[in-house]
Each structure stands twice: as structure tokens, then as C-alpha cells.
Design a protein. Structure first.
Lengths: 344, 330
């Protein structure tokens, strides 16, 4: 399993009139061939900013970035942060492709589907129009669009939402990239269509042996397709581990809060959803200590002064499972065990 | 497509008919007797009565309207016997002030106006769209700031100021472009003189419109650059230039073309100030002169013509839109 993406201590900040928005604050993660790595978090936690950074899609001059993003590209590694615009451009769509949240608006309304797909190929293989058109049809067929020759001549508005997301996936596959970033690929879709798209992604991943970085806020999606999970909060990874670690043995109050807030069919009708109280902090003025401390219901088990003043380090108790929390391990186990009973 | 076009053509014709009826009615209810306007100071009641019958003003309004309409298709003959004179189809009436068929007067002035409007349209589209794209591309940098200065000047300076300024400085003071005193020449006869004849009026008209189009294009391009599908294009690895000139410009083209079509229609018969300053014998000048002289048949004809051009341009714009935007169902 060779590594396709390694993000090391990534910081992304956007200067605004109100102050510096620290969207991503020291994120490190890696994705290898054939692996699906999820980033979970609520809106504004920095997951999309992280994924756009990998593609170098932040506007020049609008984002201050530091750290490193190494992407497997042309047999070596490309550091997206220091690379030239031209180097990044040759990487985009060829080594790393991306699909987006809203397939309704991600396709150009005025161009035919086939041409939009072909363009993805032509950008990196100039002049090969015939191959591009043939490959577009082939990819449409691969993602399960019937009559691909016919449909490649149609416009986006003639496709349903699920079909458009299939088209987006087909477009991402045009250059057989080794790595795919899926930014909330199912959020805008009906539940039944969501399952189809996830199944499609999983089967394509097997076929192409791709690494997938999956951005989502849906724990159900995470459980279904990913092997390892990064939970993000206020621009930081607060817990990192395997799917089993995260779902059965969460070590961070925020992760636990997320698990508790998932609606359950087995719950009785009168039971209310357990939302996490409060709001995420402003990214312009983050708390000095743990960003989650003001909302944390387990703060009583920790040294509350440490929570308020020190950012907890991302440390692990078991191999491959790390989290940021000041709560003492023994106290955590006891109190979390109680809460996890509810979750199950 | 053919169904769409014929349907729209039918409604356009209907609208034109309605407009012509309304305009005709308005002119018929004006509080003066058109027959008294047909001769000068040496008028006698006999001459007036004679003219009334000759020009058909004695007939009821609906019959006059019918004569007007049928004149467009079969021409019209006024008077009878040896004194009769006729305006061949398409006849829009007879100007008693100028003793000429209105159609001939329009035939003379319309080419001037069309030359003026087309030239101005080309200049302002190139300038407006070009500056707008540039301003959007270099948002908040010097090309943007300087183009916004141009926008401010262009939108706030009235045509009679820019027109007179150009005339005074370029033509009279610096003598770069000669004053066009010897009248309109067709581009086919003498392209160089034709160009010199029109260049200042073109610039005068174009400046005002170019400023509006710069502002509009800049906003539209910036809007579009924020669209998801532009991000998709970038994520594919498309070059930044292609993103701007293919993906973005393609999306802003449809509304710009719509606007241009309607503005162009407005200029036919609407460029009164420019035509007056530069002494262009165009449609607007003809209308203005006819209004002053109560030359009602001419005013009637140019008013209807202006309306027809607006309606026709609307039709063309709609058809163009259907071609440009695949989502428009036809």
C-alpha cells in the first residue's frame, strides 16, 4: 500500500476585514492506495477547506497556508503548497480528482455532458479529441448511465441529481486518478440515491485501486465506506482512528456527542434527539484552550483550567487511535462507558 | 425550433398591428385638423378642403387606418385625374411639408442611423465586455480601479457633453477628424470617408453604453467565477485563461447579448442628441424635425417603425437566447 497523500501540520487562514479566520489549524493525515479516509465534522470545521487545499483551489492571495501537502504525482511527490500553479494544474484531475457536494451546480449548464467529460481528458492529453470522446462514453457507461452515447450529447439539466453525481464521478475518473477527493458526495441527494452513489464509489475504488478522501458530516456514510476517520472541530483534528475505534471506543467528548446525536430507529418515540448544546466557536477568535471546552459536558472530569488555557495535544492511547482531550484516561473510560450504552 | 419561431413571429405581428393601431388612433385624436397643416400662410378654405379630400382626411378614422395599412402593401395614390400622385408600396404616407413620400424620407435616413447604431454597438461591446472582463480578472487592482473611473465618467457624462467635447477638441481644435459637412457616404462608395464621418458619433454613443456594459460584465463575470461549475473546471486542471474566456464568458454571454439587442433597438430612432450634434441626417433627426413642423405622417411612420424595430429585436434576442442557453425550452 503506497501512500498517495500526506498532509503534515497544515494551517490555512483567510485574512478578512474582521480578522484572521483560522479555518484549518494543524491538520495532519495520510491516505494510501485502496484506502478510504473520512473527515467528519460539522459545517465550518475546516473539512472542505482541507480538501480544497489539497487541490490547490484556494484563490491566490486569499489564503495563508503553511505546512506541507504531498501528493503522489508522476512517480514522485508534489508539495502543493510550494508548487507552481502550472505544476498544480497538471496534477489536478490527473493524479487527484475531486467530486463536489452539489451536482446540480457543479456541471456547466451550457456545455454537453460528453464535452465536459472530454475536456477533463483533453486538458491533460491535448489534441486527442477522439480518444477523449470515446473515453467519456466509456466512463459514463462505467458509472451506470444507460445509453451513454446518446446521453453524452445531452445537457446537465436533462439529468437528475443522482445521475449528475454519477456524471461528476465519471468526470473524475477520466484520467484514472490514483486518488479521489469526495467532498460531501451524497449530501445533496435523496437517501436511496445516496446508497447507490456510495456503492458505486466503493466498487470503482476496488476497480481502480484508488485512495479516497471522503469529506462528510454524515456518520452513517462514514460507517458504510471508510476505514479510518478524522473528526474535525474548529479547524483541528480532535480524534483520529479506525472506524471501529471511533464508533465503539470514542475518546473525545465531541466525537461522543456526534455519536449521541445520530437519530436511532430503536429509540422510543418520546425521546428527544441529543444535540450538542451551544455553537461552534468563531474561527476568528478561537478559545485559548480546547476549542470544544465551552460546549463540553465532560469538562467536570478534567482540569478545567487546563481546558481553558491549553490546547490539548493529539496523543494516542492505542496505536492508530489518537485524540485531543485533557480528561484523565481512567475517568474518561468510566464516564464514556455509561454514555456509550445509550448509543448502542 | 420552427414551431417556436413561427409562434413568436405570429405574436410579433399581432403586437405590431396593435401598436400601429394605437399610434394611429393617438395621432387621429390630436386637437388639430391635419388638413389645415398641409399648406402655408396663403391658405384658403378651398385649398384646405381640397387637400383634405386628396389626403383622405375626410374619411372616418377606421377607413384612414385601413388605407394606411393597405398602403404599406399595395402603395397609395392621392388625388385623382391628372393631379394624382402616388407613393409606391411600401407606402407609409405622404409628407405635405416636404412634398415627398414618407417611405422615401425613411429610406434616406434609416441607413445613416443603422450605420451609426451598428458601429457604436461594435465599439461598446468590445470596450464594455473587454474592460468588464479585465476589471473582474484584476479585481481591486489597477485595471479594475481605472475601469471604474471610466464607468463613473461614462455613466455620468451626458451624450451632449461627450459629443460636443469630441467635436470641439478632435474636429475643430486638433483637426484630427474633419467636420463632416458634405453629408453621408456609404461604406461601399468611400470607406475612408465613411469611417471619418461616423467615428466621432460612434465614440460618443459607445462611451455611454460601454460604461454600462463594463459594469454589467464585471459583475456578471465575478458572479460566474464564484459558481460551482467554475470550481469544477479548475479541479479538472483547466488553464486559468480557458476558465475565464471559455467557461465564464460563455455563461455571461446570454444576458449581455439580450441587453445589447434591446439597447440597439432603442438606438434606432433614439439617438437624437448624437445625430443632432454631428448633423447626421438619421431617423431621430427626421423625427425631431417632423415633430417641430407638425409633419404628422412622418412622425406617425417613424414612431411605428421604432416600435417595430423594438419588437423585432426582441424576437431576435429571444431566438438567440434559445440558441445560447440549452435550458430554454423551445
Amino acid at each position: 500500500m503506497s501512500e498517495l497523500l500526506r498532509i503534515n501540520d497544515l494551517h490555512v487562514a483567510f485574512p478578512t476585514d474582521d480578522g484572521l479566520v483560522r479555518a484549518v489549524d494543524g491538520v495532519s493525515l495520510s491516505v494510501s492506495q485502496g484506502e478510504t479516509v473520512a473527515i467528519v465534522g460539522e459545517s465550518g470545521s475546516g473539512k472542505t477547506v482541507t480538501s480544497l487545499s489539497v487541490m490547490g483551489l484556494h484563490k491566490k492571495g486569499s489564503a495563508e497556508m503553511s505546512g506541507s501537502i504531498s501528493v503522489a504525482h508522476d512517480g514522485g511527490f508534489l508539495d502543493v503548497i510550494s508548487a507552481s500553479e502550472e505544476e498544480i494544474r497538471s496534477m489536478r484531475g490527473r493524479s487527484v480528482a475531486m467530486i463536489f457536494q452539489d451536482p446540480m451546480s457543479a456541471l456547466h449548464p451550457y456545455y454537453k455532458i460528453g464535452d465536459q467529460l472530454a475536456e477533463a481528458y483533453l486538458v491533460h492529453n491535448p489534441g486527442k479529441k477522439k480518444e477523449a470522446a470515446a473515453r467519456a462514453v466509456e466512463m459514463l457507461d462505467l458509472v451506470g448511465i444507460s445509453e451513454p452515447v446518446q446521453r453524452s450529447k445531452e445537457f446537465p439539466h436533462q439529468f437528475s441529481g443522482g445521475m449528475r453525481q454519477r456524471v461528476m464521478i465519471a468526470m473524475a475518473l477520466m484520467n484514472s486518478p490514483k486518488m479521489l477527493i469526495a467532498d460531501e458526495p451524497t449530501t445533496a441527494l435523496d437517501v436511496t440515491v445516496q446508497a447507490q452513489i456510495l456503492t458505486l464509489l466503493a466498487s470503482l475504488q476496488k476497480e481502480f485501486n484508488m485512495g479516497i478522501l471522503l469529506i462528510t458530516h454524515d456518520l452513517g456514510v462514514v460507517a458504510q465506506v471508510s476505514e479510518s476517520v478524522n473528526v474535525m472541530y474548529a479547524g483541528r483534528i480532535v480524534e483520529q482512528g479506525s472506524v471501529d475505534d471511533i464508533f465503539y471506543n470514542p475518546m473525545q467528548p465531541y466525537t461522543l456527542g456526534l455519536l449521541k446525536s445520530v437519530p436511532r430507529i430503536s429509540a422510543s418515540g418520546s425521546e428527544r434527539l441529543k444535540a450538542i448544546p451551544g455553537q461552534p466557536p468563531s474561527l476568528i477568535s478561537l478559545p485559548a484552550g480546547c476549542a470544544f471546552a465551552p460546549r463540553c459536558e465532560y469538562i467536570k472530569f478534567a482540569d478545567s483550567k487546563a481546558c481553558a488555557t491549553q490546547i490539548p495535544a493529539l496523543v494516542g492511547t492505542q496505536p492508530g487511535h489518537t485524540s485531543r482531550c485533557h480528561i484523565d484516561e481512567s475517568k474518561r473510560q468510566a464516564s464514556f462507558a455509561e454514555a456509550m450504552k445509550e448509543v448502542r | 425550433m420552427i414551431g417556436f419561431i413561427s409562434r413568436r413571429m405570429f405574436f410579433a405581428l399581432l403586437t405590431i398591428l396593435a401598436v400601429s393601431a394605437v399610434v394611429f388612433a393617438i395621432f387621429s385624436f390630436l386637437p388639430f385638423d391635419p388638413a389645415t397643416l398641409t399648406c402655408g400662410q396663403k391658405c384658403t378654405p378651398q385649398i384646405i378642403a381640397g387637400n383634405r379630400i386628396k389626403l383622405g382626411f375626410d374619411k372616418p378614422i377606421y377607413e384612414q387606418y385601413w388605407l394606411f395599412l393597405s398602403g404599406i402593401f399595395v402603395g397609395r395614390t392621392y388625388g385623382s385625374g391628372s393631379a394624382a400622385f402616388s407613393c409606391p408600396a411600401p407606402s407609409f404616407g405622404y409628407s405635405y411639408n416636404q412634398n415627398a413620400c414618407v417611405t422615401d424620407m425613411i429610406k434616406e435616413s434609416l441607413p445613416v442611423t443603422i450605420n451609426l447604431a451598428v458601429g457604436a454597438l461594435i465599439i461598446w461591446m468590445v470596450m464594455g465586455v473587454g474592460l468588464g472582463v479585465l476589471a473582474a480578472k484584476f479585481k481591486n487592482k489597477w485595471p479594475d480601479t481605472s475601469s471604474s473611473v471610466f464607468v463613473l465618467l461614462g455613466t455620468s457624462l451626458p451624450t451632449f457633453v461627450t459629443g460636443l467635447a469630441l467635436l470641439i477638441w478632435i474636429s475643430i481644435k486638433w483637426k484630427i477628424v474633419p467636420m463632416s459637412l458634405d453629408g453621408y457616404v456609404s461604406v461601399l462608395d468611400n470607406p475612408a470617408r465613411w469611417f471619418m464621418y461616423f467615428i466621432l458619433p460612434w465614440i460618443t454613443l459607445a462611451i455611454a453604453y460601454a460604461a454600462l456594459y463594463t459594469r454589467f460584465t464585471r459583475a456578471a463575470v465575478l458572479d460566474t467565477l464564484g459558481e460551482d461549475y467554475i470550481r469544477t473546471a479548475r479541479a479538472k486542471g483547466v488553464k486559468e485563461g480557458t476558465v475565464l474566456f471559455k467557461h465564464t464568458l460563455r455563461a455571461v454571454l446570454a444576458p449581455i447579448v439580450t441587453m445589447a439587442g434591446l439597447d440597439f433597438a432603442g438606438l434606432i430612432g433614439g439617438a437624437i442628441i448624437t445625430e443632432t450634434i454631428f448633423n447626421l441626417p438619421g431617423l431621430a433627426r427626421l423625427t425631431l424635425r417632423s415633430v417641430y413642423e407638425f409633419d404628422l405622417p412622418v412622425v406617425l411612420a417613424t414612431t411605428i417603425l421604432a416600435a417595430v424595430i423594438v419588437i423585432v429585436m426582441n424576437l431576435i434576442v429571444d431566438m438567440f437566447y434559445a440558441v445560447l442557453d440549452p435550458r430554454v425550452r423551445i
